[in-house]
Design a protein around this ligand. Structure first.
Ligand code: ZN
Ligand code: ZN
Ligand code: FE
Length: 765
């Protein structure tokens, strides 16, 4: 600063998500309004700028920099230093400056903004109905980025040369398309093509209008979107929906539905303020809402369920299509059963040709495959069920510093986490690691994240399970010199919940899920842990029971039920239960009894998920499943339908043993068997069971709190995706005076496991 001049010059570094979100034009406008000179540029770590002018203006500038930042920006840190005045008079936007080896944050894809939507629907605008309209506030981001820095040549837009009009928007600091990397228009940008199932072009003047009329006539259309192909059909047509189920070989797993806007969403589902905010957020996830009776969406869209997944249009293509169609559309991942979403045109034409009648393609390549995210709201709090588009790769801020490390995650609902410093980059939902396609997707995404965020891992964390493909991958990496760290599955669950809540522990951890290998070699899943990031102690669990046929039982809840009942009370008790017995062939029942009696292929489990399965089967709600968690989801649905008081009648007594608190389930199973025989409504049985689990959970936590002096409880595991259980446990624990931590950024299912592994590995000595 020049003495006496009253002029200040500041150098300012801004870190966070400040690129690809309109930050430099915002700085330019602010500086101009405050009549400041200087410059701004993107760097490897964020945005750097210098401003020069009267002290009152620079301090106003600094205040407004925080307060008025673009909606999509996430400022993590602003560092200011005084510099000598240079007598500058102009404000400029300078070229980006990048040092290698330094990572920066990348914005997830963003749903179409209000300004772009207005242009899209304006017949006089040059982008009227143009399906690739975007600006610095919206549009594709991570799905088109091939490397950093985020500039057009490092995106899949590189092959499109901007026309003069687009170029002048791109170059004009006052334009909302200034440096909008995917900027495009009908003259210079990507285009749609409509093909039939044989790959032949369908002649039409307007591909979206034609697609709309085909959908209205009952066709199934594969639509290339942001992160991959979605399969669409008319959600009000019973015929179209059942055809899609048949062809996709997906008999009952629920489909999500896209509706035109919030107003229409409210016609189909009960949408509270929190649900509405999520639906309309820039991330625009699928949100579960209680399905209304008067909804025209056909029941087969989510068979047997009381909640329906809705989403709003999130690309210009969707907006135009939904306006043309004027009806809700099923939109489900374009893949075969549990394989990753298909993103490549040729692959889609080859692999989806038996499912789709038509293909709506475009020529903007997809770099990263992304599924739609799924969320729900429990007690006004958003809960993620699947985290992908709109959320990843935004990092989770951790309360601890990590050395550069990779956590390889679980086997099902896999994500991995790449961590360094206070950032944990949890990948988008990858899927179940049990096919070559998913494993390829996994490895490709690991290498993309490693490259993009410039993280070279030194540690590699993995599950204890030797057969998980994520564990194999970790072993491969360990052979290349990375230090391996094995983390028990449920410890990882609880550590993830702690990390998200920036809580260092210790906590009482309640981990309820389907299965995870325990440190004693048995299958855990109904666990009470006392843990922090460094250590864990198993303080209680559901009693061990034999799982007849091992993994085979997970698709056949009746096997779990029969095995449990037979091992606790003998075969005759199974024989006494008419409904259970009538669903099992006599030979299969003998096989089950012999497996549990002779401990043959009947691994011991303490799983809460399997207890839900057993109760669902005994109550006659679900004997066999076609998707993971189906029995538990339908048991919850039955409980939601129960109009009576959350009737109890069931208890889960807890024994205090040298091994900790052991939850006994025999009494409850006897009561459910008796009630099922006496034709007690399954809705009441379901509600009473939920209540018994919630009461037991609270009793054990209170006891552990008394003995340990720890008064914070962390809840994790896929079973807590049950909103009834989560809400009730939460309420009871709070009433008992305990502090409750739940997931909010990540799902409580196995998608969170990699973050927990990363947290534990970051604390390994
Ligand atoms: Zn926009
Ligand atoms: Zn153009
Ligand atoms: Fe799990």
């Amino acid at each position: 600063m020049t003495p006496g001049s009253g002029i200040t010059r500041l150098e300012i570094q801004v870190r966070g998500i400040v690129q690809g979100v309109g930050f430099r034009p915002f700085v330019y406008r602010l500086a101009t309004e405050e009549r400041l000179a200087g410059w701004v540029r993107n760097t490897s770590t964020g945005v750097q700028l210098e401003v020069e002018g009267p002290e009152s203006s620079t301090s106003a500038f600094l205040r407004r920099l925080r307060e008025e930042a673009p909606a999509l920006a996430r400022i993590e840190e602003i560092v200011t230093e005084r510099r000598d005045s240079q007598g500058a008079t102009l404000f400029q936007i300078r070229d980006s400056s990048f040092e290698d080896g330094k990572g920066q944050l990348v914005s997830p894809d963003v749903a179409t903004c209000a300004d772009c939507l207005a242009e899209l629907m304006d017949p006089t605008n040059r982008r009227y109905r143009y399906p690739f309209t975007n600006c610095t506030n919206c549009g594709p981001r991570f799905t088109i980025i091939t490397d950093m820095p985020y500039d057009r040549p490092s995106t899949t837009m590189r092959s499109f040369r901007m026309c003069p009009e687009c170029q002048s928007e791109y170059d004009d600091p006052s334009d909302r398309r200034f440096h909008a990397q995917p900027n495009a228009c009908p003259v210079c940008g990507p285009h749609l093509t409509l093909l039939d199932a044989h790959g032949k072009v369908v002649p039409c003047t307007d591909a979206i209008a034609k697609t709309s009329s085909l959908l209205t006539e009952g066709a199934i259309v594969a639509i290339k979107g942001l992160g991959g192909f979605l399969l669409a059909c008319d959600a009000t047509s019973r015929h179209a929906v059942s055809l899609l189920r048949q062809r996709k070989q997906r008999p009952s797993k629920p489909f999500a539905v896209m509706v035109t806007d919030l107003h229409v969403a409210r016609h189909h589902c009960e949408i509270g303020d929190a649900e509405a905010a999520l639906l309309e957020s820039p991330a625009a996830p699928i949100v579960l809402g209680r399905w209304k009776r008067e909804s025209s969406v056909c029941p087969d869209t989510a068979p047997g369920l009381v909640f329906l997944g809705l989403m709003l249009p999130y690309t210009p293509l969707h907006h135009v299509l939904m306006r043309d169609c004027q009806r809700p559309l099923v939109m489900t991942s374009g893949n075969l059963s549990e394989e990753p979403i298909i993103a490549d045109d040729d692959e889609a034409l080859e692999r989806l040709s038996d499912i789709a009648d038509y293909f709506l393609l475009h020529n903007r390549p997809i770099c990263s495959r992304y599924d739609d995210s799924v969320a729900m709201v429990v007690d006004e709090t958003p809960q993620m069920l699947r985290r992908a588009r709109g959320f990843a790769p935004r990092p989770v801020d951790t309360p601890f510093r990590s050395p550069p490390l990779l956590a390889t995650g679980s086997q099902t609902k896999n994500t991995f986490t790449l961590a360094t410093g206070h950032h944990a980059f949890v990948s988008q939902h990858i899927g179940d690691l049990d096919s070559v396609e998913t494993l390829d997707h996994y490895e490709a995404t690991v290498s993309l994240y490693t490259r993009m965020f410039r993280i070279e891992p030194k540690l590699i964390a993995h599950d204890l399970h030797p057969d998980y493909l994520s564990t194999h991958y970790a072993q491969q990496m360990a052979s290349q010199g990375l230090r391996p760290i094995a983390v028990q599955h449920h410890h990882a669950h609880i550590a993830a919940c702690m990390a998200e809540n920036a809580y260092e522990g210790p906590v009482i951890g309640v981990a309820y899920d389907g299965a995870g290998l325990g440190s004693d070699g048995h299958i855990w899943g109904g666990e009470f842990l006392i843990c922090d990031f460094r250590t864990t102690r198993r303080a209680g669990h559901i009693e061990y029971l034999p799982l007849a046929g091992g993994d085979a039982a997970t698709l056949r809840p009746y096997r779990t039920a029969a095995g449990y009942v037979a091992s606790l009370f003998g075969k005759s008790t199974v024989d006494d239960n008419h409904s259970l017995r009538s669903h099992i062939a006599p030979e299969e029942l003998s096989a089950i009894v012999s497996q549990v009696e002779h401990h043959l292929n009947a691994p011991l489990t303490s799983s809460m998920g399997r207890l839900f399965d057993a109760v669902a089967a005994i109550a006659g709600i679900r004997y066999e499943t076609s998707y993971e968690g189906q029995a538990a989801i339908e048991l919850e649905a039955a409980a939601h339908r129960n109009s009576g008081i959350h009737g109890s009648g069931y208890t889960l007594p807890v024994d205090n043993t040298p091994e900790g608190h052991i939850v006994r389930v025999g009494g409850l199973l006897t009561a459910v068997l008796r009630d099922a025989t006496n034709k007690r409504p399954d809705t009441e049985i379901a509600a009473a069971f939920h209540e018994a689990v919630a009461q037991m959970t609270t009793t054990v936590c209170e006891e552990l709190a008394r003995n340990s002096g720890i008064h914070t409880v962390a809840l994790s595991g896929g079973v807590f995706q049950n909103r009834l259980l989560l809400s009730r446990v939460w309420e009871l624990l709070r009433t008992a005076g305990l502090t409750v931590l739940v997931h909010n950024e990540l799902p409580s299912n196995d998608a969170c496991v990699s973050l927990g592994q990363a947290a534990v590995a970051a604390h390994a000595e």
